[in-house]
Design a protein around this ligand. Structure first.
Ligand code: GBH
Length: 457
């Protein structure tokens, strides 16, 4: 069956890769001077993580990073996207640099370079130092300044070998899921505070772009956004309006300032009474909208939006996640084990939509795309092979300037609030022993990559 799935021919230089993130794989949360992050704290909150687990051990990649590099090498990818844990480098978020923390990434980068695997480094994949959360977290502007200083420290150390930087992973999730929905760390359910967090994340992005270019003139800098087309669940005008609200909150709150230098029309109206947006300052949008070398897109699914009553009728008490929208399921649309609709065409729509709306759109990397299984077995995963092949085909069809594709994830890992149940890996991880076993999808991709022929050759 899966023998019939293939990867599309891509232009020469197209980057094939796999992705992970620090808190989801490293473990060793108290080793070598690492400070606590908001996720260490959040995981201890009763009920926060489905199976009561945490990233305390995870895939133990802090010790088994050599195995991970060997797996990447065996897979034959061109690149590895991983993240640096801010609290390893600066245990309280700013101040004294923790040398051993930085050395871990130094070794990893050396090992990757030795194998000819290009590092794509994400500077923030949700693990804010707890000490910064204690003084306001992303609600306050200082955190954005600290972020740029931290990025500078990392680039000064790794910049001779790392040329591709991703400032933030999914500021939507950091702000709206963390500070408004409360399902992620720090677990807050705020209106104004969450919108401030989103804005300050973007300011932090802008400051970091500037800082990276200053320390490393040849750096290629981008940001990764999770984008989900929001489509009306039904024909009613109310569902169309709901889809538009979802699109504003999830997509355009981030794409429009970053790629177009302005907040989208309708955004102030969406949050009228929730926040006066007084955290915005003159000059912010010029900073946030500064040109990028690439845009990272994480695509998992489309959202079928249905109109729903607000949970909190009084806007002054409402969280920024409470926008009167319910995610509906669509009859006939297949779903993953997590109930996420499988619609490869949504990736096509996402990419062509960006190209249509932003004339100066930079080159794009798909920095995450993947599917989880809930069953534990290491072996056959035909649905993953099909998922990858169909999404790649949709991306290739889009006609945008696509420079690479990173599968999420190299390994099964700590899936945030869902704990260790969902397994996204090309490689199975046996958590009690840390043993890694490549799945059929790994072998399939390895074989396809080995005999790829770039377009035009
Ligand atoms: C990515 O986020 C993350 O970057 C990565 O760390 C993570 O492991 C990966 O996805 C897989 O989840 O729980 O059904 O209500 C993707 C964006 C936004 C997708 C929140 C899931 C919640 C859907 N995520 N969304 S649900």
């Amino acid at each position: 069956m899966t023998g019939s799935y293939d990867i599309p021919a891509m232009p020469d230089g197209f980057v094939w890769g796999a992705a992970t993130a620090a808190y989801q794989i490293e473990g060793a949360v108290a080793e070598d001077g690492r400070g606590p992050s908001i996720w260490d704290t959040f995981c201890r909150r009763p009920g926060a993580v489905a199976d009561g687990s945490s990233g305390e051990v995870a895939c133990d990649s802090y010790h088994r990073w050599c195995d991970d590099v060997d797996l990447l090498d065996g897979l034959g990818v061109d690149a590895y996207r991983f993240s640096v844990a801010w609290p390893r480098v600066l245990p309280t978020g700013h101040g004294t640099v923790n040398k051993p923390g930085l050395e871990y990434y130094d070794r990893l980068v050396d090992a990757l370079c030795e194998k000819g695997i290009r590092p794509f480094v994400t500077l923030y994949h949700w693990d804010l130092p707890q000490a910064l959360e204690d003084v306001g977290g992303w609600r306050v502007r200082d955190t954005a300044e600290h972020f740029a200083d931290y990025a500078t420290v990392v680039a000064e150390r790794l910049g001779d070998r790392v040329h591709d930087w991703i400032t933030l992973n999914e500021p939507y999730v950091s702000s709206m899921v963390g500070y408004a929905e409360g399902r992620h760390a720090p677990g807050a359910t705020e209106g104004h505070g969450a919108l401030a967090a989103a804005h300050h994340l973007l300011v932090g992005h802008g400051l970091t772009v500037r800082a990276l270019r200053a320390v490393q003139p040849g750096a290629r800098v981008g940001i990764t956004l999770n984008l989900s087309p929001a489509v009306p669940a039904g024909d009613a005008e109310a569902d169309r309006a709901a889809a538009d609200r979802m699109d504003l909150m999830l997509n355009r709150q981030f794409t429009d300032p970053v790629l177009g230098g302005s907040y989208p029309d309708g955004f102030e109206r969406l949050y009228a009474g929730v926040s006066d947006l007084s955290f915005r300052r003159d000059g912010d949008l010029a900073l946030i909208g500064a040109p990028l070398d690439f845009l990272g897109v994480n695509y998992y699914y489309r959202i079928h939006a249905a109109d729903a009553p607000y949970e909190q009728p009084d806007p002054a008490l409402r969280s920024a996640f409470d926008i009167g929208v319910r995610s509906a399921t669509r009859a006939g649309v297949p779903v993953t084990d997590l109930g996420w609709p499988i619609e490869p065409h949504g990736l096509y729509e996402t990419l062509t939509g960006l190209a249509g709306r932003f004339p100066g759109l930079p080159p794009i990397y798909v920095t995450e795309n993947g599917v989880a299984q809930l069953r534990e077995e290491p072996g056959a995963d035909p649905e993953r092979i099909r998922f990858i092949a169909e999404h790649l085909a949709a991306a290739a069809r889009s006609g945008v300037d696509l420079r690479g594709y990173f599968y999420w994830s190299l390994l099964d890992n700590f899936e945030w609030a869902r704990g260790y149940g969902p397994r996204f890996g090309l490689v199975h991880v046996d958590y009690p022993t840390g043993e890694r076993t490549p799945r059929a999808s790994y072998h399939w991709l390895r074989e396809r990559l080995a005999r790829r022929t770039p377009i035009g050759s």
